[in-house]
Unconditional design. Structure first.
Length: 328
């Protein structure tokens, strides 16, 4: 239940910034109609006594319930609790590059899926390719499975799927689970595996499932690892990131720290899994994970490119393509 004072504030905000808007959740935004100052008003509930600003519970008060954005050919639905890339133009370029590495007819699994923009863009492209006559064989093989730990993402994902062509909807699924809990099942029937983790990189169970579980990671690029002051470590990481993308000789790495990813031997990835697409927003953790993947002997890094989501900054979003080199 929304407290009375919170409801009064929400109503006042809507009256000031959005009261003249036409509220129609089913309608796509019209480019001819200027958007209202306020799209919608929500109240967030957080009674935790910690430094987390936003809680898990949201209440919609006024305006449209869904915010729509495009991801390739897919309409993607967002709510205030969803993760959304702010630089949509750069994100579209990344999605286009990523889709070029997904063979037609592939079964795709994605971890850390968020609102499902990556998976939905792949599904929309696959639906377009298999819509015509003579595409029955390809239509019978492709699928997209998205896994996300935030339960609130399930409802907007289902709303987004409803905008896919009818013949494609049954081939797209969503699972609420932590990546480390779902990875074992997610890799089993996949031809292409996609990960888009937070800055800290892959969790140890996911990394173990993609290797054989016995890899030691050279953690020189891990946050907090190595010697020296924090500022020097950050500068070194930035220089190494730029050198990695440009091909220039990197500066000396900080003192490495060993981190054991898994304690027991695990089976290698299934033979069917041939392609791993890694989207990274933290270069040091990507560098660590890439070393582990290549060091396992299971994967080769065959392509990498950077995208500048924040012009004027020194952060890079990286898309990396790994191909299987060994099938046990």
């Amino acid at each position: 239940e929304i407290p009375e004072r919170a409801k009064a504030l929400a109503d006042a905000l809507w009256t000031i910034g959005g009261g003249a808007a036409v509220v129609d959740d089913a309608a796509a935004p019209s480019p001819q109609t200027p958007p209202p100052l306020i799209h919608s008003v929500w109240v967030n509930f957080n009674d935790a006594r910690d430094n987390v600003i936003v809680g898990d519970s949201w209440a919609h008060v006024a305006g449209q319930r869904w915010h729509w954005s495009r991801a390739g050919d897919a309409d993607v639905c967002y709510t205030p609790g969803s993760f959304m890339q702010s630089n949509t133009a750069a994100y579209h370029r990344l999605l286009e590059a990523l889709r070029s590495h997904v063979p037609a007819g592939s079964a795709v699994s994605e971890l850390y899926a968020g609102a499902g923009a990556i998976g939905l863009s792949i599904a929309a492209a696959a639906a377009a390719e298999t819509a015509g006559a003579g595409a029955a064989e390809a239509a019978a093989t492709w699928s997209v499975r998205c896994v996300e730990s935030v339960a609130a993402a399930a409802e907007p994902f289902a709303v987004s799927v409803a905008r896919l062509p009818e013949h494609a909807r049954a081939r797209v699924s969503f699972e609420v689970a932590r990546a480390e809990e779902a990875v074992g099942a997610a890799v089993k029937d996949a031809d292409v595996f996609i990960v888009d983790p937070p800055r800290k990189g892959l969790d140890k169970n996911t990394l173990a499932a993609l290797t054989d579980g016995s890899v030691d990671v050279d953690g020189g690029g891990v946050e907090g690892g190595g010697g020296g002051g924090g500022g020097n470590k950050r500068n070194n990481r930035r220089k190494r990131a730029k050198a990695y993308i440009s091909g220039l000789p990197p500066p000396p790495a900080p003192t490495p720290v060993r981190m054991v990813v898994a304690q027991q031997q695990l089976p290698p990835p299934p033979p069917r899994l041939k392609t791993l697409l890694y989207v990274s927003c933290g270069f040091s953790s990507f560098e660590r994970d890439a070393d582990a993947l290549v060091g396992s002997g299971q994967w080769a890094l065959t392509h990498a490119e950077g995208f500048n989501f924040f012009p004027g900054g020194d952060a890079l979003e990286v898309l990396a393509v790994f191909q299987r080199t060994r099938v046990d």
